[in-house]
Ligand binder design. Sequence first.
Ligand code: NAP
Length: 300
Amino acid sequence: MDFLKLGIIGYPLTHSLSPLLHAELMRGLGLAGEYAKYELPPDQLRPRLRELEQQGLRGLNVTIPHKVAVMQAMDWLSPQAELAGAVNTIVFEAQADEGGFKRSGHNTDIAGFMRSLPPQVVAALPHSHLLILGAGGSARAVMTGLIEARTQAITFAVRNPAKALSITSDGQLIKKTLNSPTQLNLVALETVSDLSGFAGLINTTPVGMYPQIEDGPIAPSLLDSLPETAWVYDLIYRPLETRLLQQTQAIGLTAVNGLDMLIYQGVCAFELWSSRQVPDTLVNAVRHSLQQQLETSPHH
Ligand code: NAP
C-alpha cells in the first residue's frame, strides 16, 4: 500500500483524538499516510462521500450524526454493523474489473468495547447481571457486544423509559439472531435503590464529562450497595477519572475508563484499512500518547 488516505466524517467535528491515534498507528507500523477531519452537514453526506472515495480515500471513521444514515450508502454491511444498526467505519475498495468502488460498513465500537474489558470480566459474563446507565448510541454498541458474549442479563436504567423502549425491543432481535440467552430489562433510573444483584455497572450517559466534571450519573451512596467483586466502567475518557470512577476507587472496586474502548475501536478500524495487525506494544505506546494528551489538555 503506498499512501494510506484516511479520515473522519461528522458534524460538527470538534475535539477528536482520532487524528492523533491514527497518526501514531501509521508511524508505529511504518506506513505513510494521513488522517483528516471532514465536517459534513447531513444534507451533503452522499455527494461528499462520493467525492472522498474518488479522491482515493481508503477509509473513514463515522461519528455523530451520520452513524445510522450512512448505512444506506453502503454496498455491504458487516454482521455486527447490521446487528447494531450503526456504522462507525467505512472501507473503500477499488473494483479493478468495474473501475468503480465498493463501500463496506463496519461497527468497530462493539469490538472496541469488548477488547477493552478486563479478561476476568469477559470470562464471568455468562453469569453476570449488568446495569447499564443510558440507552443511546454507545449503549447499543455495548449491548450488542454483551449479547454476543452471552451475558446472563442486562438492565438498562434510564431517565425516560418511554423514550428508550426501542433498545430492549431491538435487543430482543439481536438475541434471536445470535441465539443468545441474555435477559433484557428496562427501568427508570429513579427507581433503582439497590445494586447488590449486579456484577458490574456501565455508564453510557455523558454525565460527568468535561466540563461538568463534578456531576455523576448515580447517587454515590448507591455505589456502596454493589458487591465487593463488582466493577464500574465509565465510557467517558474526558476526564480519564470521572467523579463516578473516583467514587468507585474510594470504596475499593475496580474502575475502568473509556480510553481503551476509544483506542480499540480505532485499532480495529485501522486493521481493516491497512490489513495489518497492530501489536500490543504499539497499543501501549498509543495509550501512553493519548493519556498524555488528555492529561495536559483535557478539553482537546
Ligand atoms: P447518546 O446517543 O446521546 O446517548 C446518551 C444517553 O445518555 C441517552 O440515553 C440519554 O438519555 C442519556 N443521558 C443524557 N444525559 C443524561 C442525564 N443528565 N441523566 C441521565 N441520562 C442522561 O450519546 P452516546 O453516543 O451514547 O455517548 C454517551 C457517552 O459515551 C459520551 O460521554 C461519549 O463521549 C461516550 N462515548 C465513549 C466512547 C468510547 O470510545 N469510550 C464511545 C462512544 C461514546 P435521553 O435519551 O433521555 O437524552
